[in-house]
Design a protein around this ligand. Structure first.
Ligand SMILES: [Zn+2]
Length: 465
């Protein structure tokens, strides 16, 4: 039975972290219990299996696995698992972390674990903490540093491709530091997958449009960028890096950053608005159809046009704050949010106005009429906010993104970016065509099923006869 379990494990194994059990001399933390095996076997992206074997002069009666992943959390989070084992002087235990049950971790996350072993005399031994990187080994990952705070990981494309993206990321960091006062304080790992398909294979639960995601709590950004998407990649990398910086600076167990500020800073860091978004914003100013800033606090619309406008407006409001009030005040605003202040309190303390006051000042600055009582709001239904990255005027239909159910990874603070769109047929037309295709397929299915059932009935009838 042990053999079959082992074989099963080996067949599941995609990656074995050798460093985790590299020490030939058994490491001991107590003279009573000897640790002969202590390893982790990763089957990325599904499971991580922890295995250990101990021996002791006294019967071992309890084994507890303590594990987790290195991330910013509110208080210490230690998960515990109680693997089944047969008490004795020589024992083996293993436990599998099922990512589908716990919510998937981003590629590059640092796992840690230790074992707590108790013998019949009541003596407890705790093994040293070990760590492993949660990553696939199907790709031949290469890495390069750019400055103190950036590590770019990639596996496809030449050095020029990687240098290009690393440079864009570096410039994005510089821009954020000088313009918004957002500084990186620890290295950020950026994993570049060669395509959105590869990216999808690496994470569980992600909707098909995901082209990238930021995980501020783990200092990780993942993106699917091919050589032909380089221009999109440069912008997306900066956008997602900004989410990591904002998430880091404002990390708090008390408060939250309003969506307009988080997305506004991310779009602002990409540079100028693309012409299409610029035009849409100007039109909204002219037609007095701007959304209220307050309505952009918790989520963006499911309706494509409003979603696009939400990003452009967030950009415009953020730009107004940074460029008329200065970088230091922006930093102070973000720190106030970290302290748990509401956005109204934080704005009032920093700038002397609340969200409504900001709205008035911003509208004046862009030449828009004062907000009317009936000003449109961003959403009837606030939703999970995926990241939109401008694509040279073509944006991914947000209606597809916003209607998707929030994914478990969002609990890690992930900020997904839609995959780069290659073509830009009108959204409505696309949706209608999709609808017609579905209807046609259903109809076809019914007809085919009808024939099959009739055929089978006839056959069965024949057999009976
Ligand atoms: Zn975003």
């Amino acid at each position: 039975m042990r053999k079959s379990t082992l074989r099963l494990l080996l067949s599941l194994t995609l990656l074995t972290i050798t460093s985790a059990f590299a020490s030939p001399n058994p490491s001991v933390t107590s003279e009573a219990v000897l640790q002969t095996t202590n390893e982790i076997i990763l089957s990325f992206p599904e499971t991580a299996t922890f295995r250990a074997a101990f021996s002791s002069d006294v019967e071992i009666t309890s084994i507890v696995l303590e594990y987790g992943n290195e991330q910013q959390t509110c208080g210490e989070v230690i998960a515990k698992a109680f693997p089944q084992f047969t008490p004795g002087r020589t024992v083996e235990a293993q436990w599998t972390w099922e990512m589908r049950q716990s919510g998937s971790l981003p590629p590059g996350a640092q796992l840690w674990w230790r074992w707590r072993v108790t013998d019949a005399s009541g003596q407890q031994t705790v093994t040293e903490v070990k760590t492993a990187t949660w990553l696939d080994n199907t790709h031949n990952w290469k890495a390069m540093n750019n400055g103190e705070f950036l590590r770019l990981h990639w596996y496809q494309g030449d050095q020029t491709f990687a240098v290009d993206l690393a440079k864009a990321a570096y410039n994005g960091l510089r821009f954020n530091e000088t313009q918004s006062g957002l500084k990186a304080e620890a290295p950020i790992d950026i994993y570049i997958y060669a395509s959105t398909d590869d990216l999808k294979d690496a994470i569980l639960y992600e909707p098909s449009w995901t082209g990238g995601q930021a995980f501020p709590d783990q200092n990780i950004v993942i993106l699917g960028v091919s050589q032909s998407d380089l221009e999109w990649g440069r912008e997306a990398i900066v956008h997602e890096l900004t989410h990591v910086l904002v998430g880091h600076l404002t990390f708090s167990c008390l408060g939250d950053v309003p969506t307009w500020l988080n997305e506004g800073l991310a779009v602002y860091s990409e540079g100028e608005l693309d012409p299409a978004s610029e035009r849409q914003l100007e039109e909204a100013i002219r037609n007095d159809t701007l959304l209220t800033v307050r309505s952009l606090s918790s989520g963006f619309s499911e309706v494509a046009d409003k979603a696009y406008l939400s990003y452009s407006q967030s950009y415009s409001v953020t730009k107004f704050l940074v460029e008329t009030q200065g970088q230091e005040k922006m930093t102070s605003l973000l720190l106030s949010l970290q302290d748990g202040m509401t956005i109204d309190e934080a704005l009032r303390q920093t700038y002397g106005f609340n969200v409504d006051g900001l709205e008035t000042a911003w509208r004046t600055s862009i030449g828009a009429p004062p907000s009317s009582v009936s000003a449109p709001t961003a959403q009837p239904t606030p939703t999970f906010v995926p990241t939109l990255v401008p694509m040279g005027g073509v944006r991914v239909p947000s209606v597809l993104q916003a209607t998707l159910t929030p994914v478990p990874t969002s609990s890690f603070g992930g900020q997904p970016t839609p995959a780069p769109a290659r073509t830009g047929p009108p959204l409505a037309l696309t949706m209608i065509l999709l609808g017609l295709c579905c209807a046609f397929l259903v109809l076809l299915g019914v007809v085919v099923l009808g024939f099959v059932v009739r055929g089978q009935n006839r056959k069965r009838g024949d057999n009976v006869q």
